[in-house]
Ligand binder design. Structure first.
Ligand code: HEC
Ligand code: HEC
Length: 355
């Protein structure tokens, strides 16, 4: 008993000493603030000259780099839960086709030879499940829909074939083929929890803030050399897998890349994809390049040669062309050059004001 009493007495003393120290510190801080205030030292804005001193004196605040708040981001259903579905095998085949498209449908495809060797997954990361990695989170809930590019109602197979004919510079897949049905089944399963008509947060591609200037291919070349070339190579042709079933690093321009009708040929799509996902390893939570670098490297890559597609049937209503559709005619007075590289703000503003 006595021992216990002694112990709590010592604890009490300790507590009091601690409190005293705290009060002393507080008084000190208040005193210092008062002193600084009265002695005319500016506490409000740190001038550029002060910043070095401040940086050295204080612990740096954690850098906020995430492009969007992760709260509420769309997530794919748990892959293991797919076995509970009556068409589990079809869904699994669909995912396999998205991930390894070239092996089945590429230039040496085992099922059909209808596309250029890219995998859907090269652009729709993690089989179309990565937040802001051009995922398929919105597909089941938002198709069929009227698309201004075709001026028609498009269902999922039509949209998939858009990517075959443009992003994979190939031929369309038969609508009633096993492969088409499997890919549709996979996308419907991915989006099964998204309410009809809704585009979930993090679906698709990140919208990079617009620059006040045109994107600069010359500056973009330097970005490319420093940040991209190690994988995609100096000639932009990437590195093919030795067995011919696609690429370790996919090509970014030239004969084997996406054609001039593809989504990535629009600067905002390319910049948004890259800003949140490249160099490999970047995510929207940990992006690795700046807005400017993303726009400029997009300008560099899309200034180089690639297959062209006849786009005569696109955009039957030219006033619906997006700001960065790089081919005229347009309903506004801006040039093809400006629609390709920007500056985009004047185009967006003119449209908003109904010109
Ligand atoms: C070279 C890059 C690339 C490849 C390869 C590619 N796509 Fe796409 N895909 C895009 C881009 C860019 C978009 C438009 C995204 C946007 O504007 O938000 C898109 C859009 C889509 C959409 C519509 C998504 C939506 O929410 O509206 C579907 C479905 C789709 N792709 C399926 C496929 C399939 C299936 C394949 C493989 C056969 C494929 N894509 C290959 C780049 C690509
Ligand atoms: C460390 C290697 C690496 C670096 C560095 C890298 N990438 Fe990629 N990139 C890849 C891989 C791998 C893929 C395909 C991803 C997949 O299939 O999961 C890819 C895909 C792409 C795609 C879509 C597919 C295509 O061929 O069109 C684009 C566009 C792209 N990268 C642009 C860039 C840009 C721009 C940079 C520099 C800012 C860059 N990448 C840096 C490895 C890299």
């Amino acid at each position: 008993m006595k021992q216990i009493g002694n112990k709590s007495f010592i604890q009490l003393i300790g507590l009091m000493v601690g409190l005293l120290a705290l009060i002393t510190a507080l008084v000190g801080v208040i005193g210092l603030v008062l002193f600084l205030a009265y002695s005319g030292v500016r506490l409000d804005v740190a001038s550029p000259d002060d910043s070095q001193v401040l940086a050295a004196a204080s612990v740096p605040a954690p850098k906020v780099t995430a492009l969007e708040d992760p709260v509420g981001m769309w997530k794919a259903p748990d892959w293991k839960s797919v076995d509970a579905e009556p068409n589990a095998d079809e869904i699994k085949y669909g995912r396999e086709l998205i991930a390894n498209t070239a092996a089945y449908l590429g230039p040496n495809g085992s099922v059909r030879k209808i596309s250029n060797g890219l995998n859907c997954q090269n652009c729709h990361l993690n089989a179309g499940t990565a937040p802001l990695g051009n995922n398929y989170g919105a597909v089941a809930a938002t198709y069929p829909k009227i698309r201004a590019r075709s001026g028609q109602s498009e269902d999922i197979p039509k949209r998939i074939n858009d990517c075959f004919e443009r992003s994979l510079n190939g031929k369309p897949l038969e609508r009633n083929s096993t492969e088409m049905k499997a890919m549709v089944a996979y996308m419907e399963w991915l989006g099964k929890d998204v309410p009809k008509g809704e585009k979930p947060k993090g679906a698709g591609i990140y919208a990079v803030p617009l620059l006040d200037r045109a994107a600069d291919p010359v500056r973009g070349k330097t970005v490319y050399e420093n940040q991209c070339q190690s994988c995609h190579q100096a000639d932009g042709q990437g590195i093919a897998k030795p067995d011919g079933s696609g690429y370790t690093y996919p090509p970014l321009w030239g004969d084997h890349s996406y054609n001039s009708g593809a989504g990535l040929y629009r600067l905002s799509r390319f910049a948004g994809y890259v800003r949140a996902n490249m160099p490999l390893g970047a995510t929207y939570e940990n992006p690795l390049i700046s807005d400017e670098d993303a726009w400029d490297v997009a300008a560099y890559v899309n200034s180089l040669e690639r297959p062209s597609k006849d786009l005569a049937g696109d955009w039957p209503d030219i006033s619906k062309k997006p700001m960065d559709h790089p081919f005229g005619p347009y309903s506004d007075g801006f040039s093809e050059e400006q629609h390709k590289y920007g500056p985009f703000k004047p185009i967006v503003e003119a449209k908003a004001s109904g010109q």
